[in-house]
Structure formats: C-alpha cells, structure tokens
Design a protein around this ligand. Structure first.
Ligand code: GDP
Ligand code: ZN
Length: 354
C-alpha cells in the first residue's frame, strides 16, 4: 500500500518534513482507543502506543501521525499528530456541570474530503435536519454532498431533490436506491483513489446498505464484502477506516454513525442559538462580539438580558473552533466555510425580518 493510496499528499508531507525527526514514519489512524492505536502505513497495519503527553489532544480516526517503528521489546509509539486538513467535530456536553460554559468539542473524524449526508425519502425526510447536517459538515471544512436514498419509496423524488437543492445552495444532491444500486455512481464518484469519505445520517436511512454497495463495487461475493469492511467473522482487528477496492477510503465509526441531530447541542450555532439570534442584530455580519461597535451580543450581556457566563462559554468554544480551523489548511475549503457561514447568517437575518 502506498501512502498516496492512504490519502497522503503534499500538505501532510510538508508537515512531516517540518517535524525534522529522522527515524519517524507516517501512519494513518484506522482505530483509536485510549492507549493503543491501529495505523495504516506503507509497511502495512500496525499497532502503536499513544504516550500520555499526546492524550490531551488525542488523534482521531483519519488523522495522520508520525510514529517511531517498533524495536525489539518496544512497541511502535506515536510521537506527533500532524495538522488536519479538515476536522469533523461535535459539540458535546462537557463533564462539568453548568450551561454553555461546560460544552466541549469532540473530534469524531479527521481529514475527510467529502461527507455524504444520507437521508431517506420515506418518513425520515426532513429539510431542517438536512440543513443541520450541512452546517456541521461545513464547520468541518469537508465538502458536503446530499444523497436522497429510498427513491423507490417517494411519489415524486425529483421534487424532493429540488427542495433540498434550494436549501443546500451549490451542494450536489443525488437520488439513490441503495437497495437496488440505482444511482450508485453518484456517491461512488467521491471515492476517488486517496480521497476520504464518511456517511452521515440518522439510523435506518440506508447507510449500511450503501456502504456494502460501495465496498462491493468490484467484489461480488457477500463474504468478501463483509471482509472488505472488516466486519467478517474472521477478522480479528476492528477498523474504522477502510480502503475500498476502487481506491477510495471510507470512515465508518460509531461517533459518526450514532450522531443524532435532534438535541440542540450538536453544532456550534445550534448550541448557542440564543447568541446567534442576538448576533443577527450586530452591525457587522462577521462580528466576533469582542470590541466591534454596534455589537448586540455584548449589549445584551451588559444589560443583563444575556447571562455573561453563557457568553464566556460561547467564546471559549469559538476559540477552540478557531484553533481547529487554524490547524486545518487555510485553503479553498476554509474559504468555502466562511462564505457559507456568511450566507447562513444572511438567511437568519432575512427570516427574522420577514
Ligand atoms: P442504516 O441504519 O442507515 O445503516 O440503514 P440500513 O442500511 O440498515 O437500512 C435500513 C433499512 O432500509 C433496511 O431494511 C434496508 O433494507 C432498507 N433500505 C436501504 N436502502 C433502501 C432503498 O433504497 N429502498 C428501500 N425501499 N429500502 C431501503
Ligand atoms: Zn456582535
């Protein structure tokens, strides 16, 4: 397996060179537990230990790390986490008690190129939920794509597709029937060699069915299919990052799979809805509520309409998010992300005025 096939590119190569630590090798995280990590490397699959000093900001599935190879009597050890190009995180309620101040960011998957948002054209179909999955994906820096599955169950699938296109701006929206494989070329197209994709969507929309289809593009027997996904009965190691027969990489881990978007705490915007609402009245669309004149958020905190602790929590989370964004490549993706945020803010303003 070459590094390029695992998603390695100039960005990671440059960061790796900057480490300037001879003897280290690059590996991509396929499985993360507290102490031991499963890595995909040019030398094959290896297990590496995560030293205590790296546990404060631990690598996630999809991350590139630099590791010291095993020596007699010593296991391989992760020495550094390379910067992320993109980072899919959720806002999780923190361990400490209290309101906004306790929320924290939890990285679910790193270095995704595309997030395929899967929605079913049955009772699951819900535009608001798709909108929130889109927000979460834009916040990650990855590129979203919407797949409307179970097209066979909708009376007018094309009308549904147009509805989604309206809220998704220039995001591609595809119709699919994963059960028969009709329309499979669309999601498969994002799985180009070296590209990393994850599926996102609520339970029952057909993610497993789609996953098996994608894994099986060049394999026919079901036994091989499940093995390709590391779920065969005989597989001993559990993996969450898979190299597909067609050359793309797929991340399927419990964090992404179990992400449910009905709680309000999932996106940064969603977890501080009250502050975002106030922010619609700030003079500047990109107000950071710090020193800008005409800031409605600061005014509310000063007048007592907004709990100052809550504003402090919002700022802390915003800083964490900025930190992640700085770590991510300042590329076209970050640009897209900013553009989309501004559009969303505009939408909020116009909704409030209408
Ligand atoms: P997951 O929870 O998102 O992984 O969903 P599954 O892949 O387990 O699918 C849930 C159910 O939907 C299963 O019974 C599938 O057979 C069914 N299903 C998946 N894709 C389609 C489709 O395109 N059309 C129809 N009618 N059913 C589908
Ligand atoms: Zn402001």
């Amino acid at each position: 397996m070459t590094l390029a096939e695992l998603g390695w590119n100039d960005f990671f190569a440059a960061a790796f060179t900057d480490l300037n630590e001879p003897g280290l090798r690059p590996g991509r995280v396929a499985r993360a537990s507290r102490d031991y990590y499963g890595l995909l490397t040019a030398e094959g699959d290896i297990e590496a230990r995560l030293p205590g000093r790296l546990r404060r900001e631990p690598p996630a599935v999809g991350d590139w790390v630099a590791y010291a190879p095993p020596a007699p009597g010593v296991s391989a050890t992760i020495r550094a986490l390379l910067p992320r190009r993109t980072c899919f995180a959720r806002v999780a309620p923190g361990r400490r008690r209290g309101r906004g101040a306790a929320a924290e960011l939890q990285v679910l998957a790193a270095n995704l190129d595309t997030v395929v948002i899967v929605s079913g054209l049955d009772r699951d179909f819900n535009l608001r939920r798709i909108e929130r999955y889109l927000t979460l994906t834009w916040e990650s820096g990855a590129r979203p794509v919407v797949v409307l599955n179970k097209a066979d169950l909708a009376e007018n699938p094309e009308a549904c597709r147009r509805q989604v296109e309206e809220i998704a701006l220039d995001v591609p929206v595809h119709l699919l029937c994963a059960a028969t494989g009709t329309g499979l070329e669309s999601p498969a197209a994002y799985l180009a060699p070296g590209k990393t994709v994850a599926l996102l969507g609520s339970s029952g929309v057909g993610k497993s069915t789609l996953l098996n289809r994608l894994a099986g593009l060049e394999l026919q027997q079901t036994g091989e299919l499940s093995e390709a996904l590391g779920k065969g009965r005989h597989t001993t190691t559990h993996r969450e990052l898979f190299l597909l027969p067609g050359g793309g990489l797929l991340i399927d881990n419990p964090g992404m799979r179990e992400l449910q978007l009905w709680g309000d705490e999932q996106t940064l915007a969603g977890s501080f809805e009250d502050i975002e609402e106030l922010a619609a009245d700030c003079r500047f669309a990109d107000c950071r509520h710090e020193v800008e004149p005409g800031c409605a958020v600061r005014a509310a905190a000063e007048s007592g309409d907004l709990d100052p602790d809550r504003l402090a929590g919002y700022r802390r989370l915003q800083q964490e998010l900025d930190h992640l964004t700085r770590r991510a490549e300042s590329s076209a993706q970050a640009e897209q992300q900013r553009k989309w945020k501004a559009i969303h803010k505009q939408l909020r303003r116009s909704r409030r005025k209408s």
